[in-house]
Design a protein around this ligand. Structure first.
Ligand SMILES: Cc1cc2nc3c(=O)[nH]c(=O)nc-3n(C[C@H](O)[C@H](O)[C@H](O)COP(=O)(O)OP(=O)(O)OC[C@H]3O[C@@H](n4cnc5c(N)ncnc54)[C@H](O)[C@@H]3O)c2cc1C
Length: 159
């Protein structure tokens, strides 16, 4: 049996499992939609200093990103890679290395935070601006939109 056929068979076999699960928990299949919208508080915290002495922060603790660019985890991974590269010397001077880490990461983190804020404003734009936004996005298309983010997705940690 080919792999696509195996996957189709698996899907068919899984349907009764999902139905039993839904019945057991008292919901009919497809009744998973929320009953009401909830407000989710968002707090902005522009990145400041995040290394002092032998202590450094990384990820959200150092530079939380508003959720309009989906880059918080990506920045945290970049931070970890940056730290790992800087600390790989035999006997690193820890405070100096952590300062170098902060220097390497601060502008990047601020730029990503700024872009997330900007995206938030664009996503929530009012009628007229939203009309212009939609026209521009349609004109750019998926490729144009991706090219706008070369600086974001094409980033490499300096070696
Ligand atoms: C709904 C949603 C969707 C997201 N989507 C994306 C995405 O598509 N792409 C992306 O890049 N980012 C995304 N993010 C952001 C991303 O999840 C965060 O930026 C990322 O998890 C930050 O990683 P972190 O390790 O810095 O912090 P966290 O993942 O928050 O880890 C911190 C950890 O520390 C633990 N902790 C806290 N206090 C203590 C304590 N006193 N003692 C011990 N442990 C403690 C916490 O339990 C937690 O496990 C999303 C976030 C959300 C909420």
């Amino acid at each position: 049996m080919t792999i696509p056929m195996q996957l189709t068979l698996l899907r068919i076999l899984l349907i009764p499992v999902f139905v039993l699960f839904a019945v057991y928990y008292g919901h009919s299949v497809g009744d998973g939609a929320p009953q009401e919208w909830l407000r989710w508080s968002l707090f902005d915290h522009p990145a400041g200093r995040f290394a002092k002495g032998r202590i450094a922060l990384l990820g959200d603790a150092a530079h939380p990103v508003l959720p309009f660019l989906a880059q918080g985890a990506a920045l945290a991974i970049e931070d970890a890679a940056s730290l790992a590269l800087l600390l790989r010397q035999e006997r690193p001077d820890i405070p100096q290395t952590l300062l170098a880490y902060e220097k390497q990461r601060l502008d990047r983190a601020r730029k990503v935070q700024d872009e997330a804020r900007r995206n938030g404003r664009i996503y929530h734009a009012g009628t007229l601006i939203a009309f212009g936004r939609n026209r521009v996005m349609r004109h750019l298309g998926p490729e144009g939109m991706t090219m706008r983010y070369d600086w974001l997705y094409g980033f490499r940690i300096p070696e």
